[in-house]
Design a protein around this ligand. Sequence first.
Ligand SMILES: [Zn+2]
Ligand SMILES: [Zn+2]
Length: 304
Amino acid sequence: MSKKFEVTILGVNSAFPVHGRHPSCQIVNFAERLYMIDCGEAAQIQVAKYKVKRNKLDHIFISHMHGDHCYGLPGLLTSFALGGRTEPLFLHGPTGIKKFIDVIIEVSGAYMPYDLNIKEYDTETCNNIPLTSNLKVTTFPMKHRIPTMGFRFQEIITGYNINPTKIKEYDLSIDEIKAVKSGGNLKRLDLVIDNSDLIISPSNPRSYSYCSDTVYDLELVPYILDSSLLYHETTYLSGLETIAGERFHTTLGQAINIAQRSNIDNMIIGHYSSRYPDVNVFLDEGLPLYSGLKLGIEGSTYEV
Ligand SMILES: [Zn+2]
Ligand SMILES: [Zn+2]
């Protein structure tokens, strides 16, 4: 059975909280460990509201330092401290995030009883961040008004699953099972059985790509290619390409084009402009063009 791999949206509005929506924040659950992506102002309120298990959250990824993606950090990090957290926490973000956090901790006299490991990345290049033996994150460059990166959460499938009927058929010994599981062929006196005849072919590794604030950018395609699920910002409906370009954001039609060119069948959208009180207009426009469109809704969970 494959491991749990899903995304819960906690914040989905652009700029400020309005229409009952909040700035960007998501939780990735992979095998019951949680990873936060962006930490908009309402993050800790949403974490409480949707009962996110804080003790399973060890890594936070920040795409860029615009307030609607990181102003939730001071409250969340100091609440961890007040809650008596002792487990280390890893905060991954662009250059500048360490200064931002250090100043807040210093001027507010916050006591941090846990190790806060802040890792800054060059947003102009890709960076590999190993998380577990089955999951890694790769950052990739995005084009926005300030240095910005996207994240690809990539499942890693290790080892081979042996077909149980073949164990019986060939009466495999423990050593033979070990050899087949590590990719070897079965060698008997007068025959060699190819490994591929003995294993259950592994399912395709799943991946979730997160494209934070960005201008319409076809250079993203190779970084997110073949993802099982994509999040791409859609600040505006189609027709507002000029405004979107000027503000380094994307329209729905442009995001759909990116998903289709990247061979991605499922896309969550969000970062809606405050000009849209009802975001169902995004579904009305997008679904006829792209059947895998999923409206990002706070509190909703999407399988990768
Ligand atoms: Zn934003
Ligand atoms: Zn931004």
